[in-house]
Write a protein that binds this ligand. Structure first.
Ligand SMILES: C[S@@+](CC[C@H](N)C(=O)[O-])C[C@H]1O[C@@H](n2cnc3c(N)ncnc32)[C@H](O)[C@@H]1O
Length: 259
């Protein structure tokens, strides 16, 4: 069994090394999901927002112009420094940066109008605890808005996909199915007001190379897809396997819960 420290250290090491890449990554900088997050939250000019695991700062930057203040937090110091430099270069003066572990948010209860967390909980050793912390720091009536990997309900496929993602990126800890997400929100006292699925096709080779996978690892990833359980192949919609054009889709969830 993994210790709680292990995935946290892996995240810090990995994101510390690739911090600038996340600032410039177009898939993090833009996307339907960012616009949709703003639409769902309907942010107000007097709002105080917490962005958890801010990465390159793109979610914080998206909300900054339409709220009073954003506190952008991350566990990786190099990531925070890169995000701060980037967000400030974009002229956003109302974003402040603080180190924080998502599972131990260093803020008082009922402080924020909105808590956001995008493409990060699958790195956390204890996502249940993060959702509870997110709920704790929200005002009554506030919103927790999360966008992250989504797994199928089928356990065989879900385990396979977690293993596949982890081989590509060792800081991937665990992703969840829709029913697990809803359960985590409800158990934290949040009423789920929105869920939607976002599907994106990836070319296997560039997807693996972006995380620094060696040719040997890409070979193993290819073999995994070849031998995948039928339920996983169906979820991943694998195409052109065995060619340079091999591709698959991954699924993300956008979930919002009101306190
Ligand atoms: C893919 S990036 C996040 C992208 C970003 N939210 C965005 O919208 O572009 C994942 C981030 O999670 C952070 N992270 C990983 N584990 C964490 C933890 N336990 N607490 C806080 N941040 C964590 C990493 O340092 C990294 O910056």
């Amino acid at each position: 069994m993994k210790s709680e420290q292990e995935p946290k250290s892996l995240s810090q090491k990995r994101f510390g090394q690739f911090a600038e890449n996340y600032v410039t990554s177009q898939s993090h900088a833009k996307g339907y999901d960012l616009d949709q997050m703003v639409k769902i939250a309907n942010p107000q000019a007097d709002w105080l927002v917490l962005d958890v695991a801010t990465g390159g700062g793109h979610t914080a930057l998206k909300f900054a112009p339409v709220v009073k203040k954003v506190i952008a937090t991350d566990i990786t110091p190099e990531m925070l420094a890169a995000a701060q430099k980037f967000v400030q270069s974009q002229g956003a003066a109302n974003v402040i940066f603080e180190p924080a572990d998502a599972q131990n948010l260093p803020f008082e209860d009922t402080l924020f109008d909105l808590v956001t967390c995008r493409i990060a909980p699958h790195h956390f050793p204890d996502c249940v605890r993060f959702i509870q912390q997110g709920s704790r720091v929200l005002k009554f009536g506030g919103l927790l808005l999360v966008q992250d990997h989504l797994l199928p309900e089928d356990q065989t496929a879900a385990h396979f996909i977690d293993d596949f993602e982890r081989l590509r990126d060792s800081s991937h800890n665990q992703a969840f199915s829709k029913s697990q997400w809803i359960q985590m929100f409800e158990q934290a006292g949040l009423q789920v007001i929105h869920t939607e699925e976002i599907i994106k096709r990836h070319q296997l080779f560039p997807w693996a190379e972006r995380q620094g996978c060696s040719p040997e690892t890409i070979l193993v990833l290819t073999k995994m897809l070849k031998d995948a359980p039928a339920s996983a192949t169906k979820w991943l919609q694998v195409e052109n396997l065995g060619t340079g054009e091999a591709s698959f889709v991954n699924h993300h969830i956008l979930i919002a819960g009101s306190k």
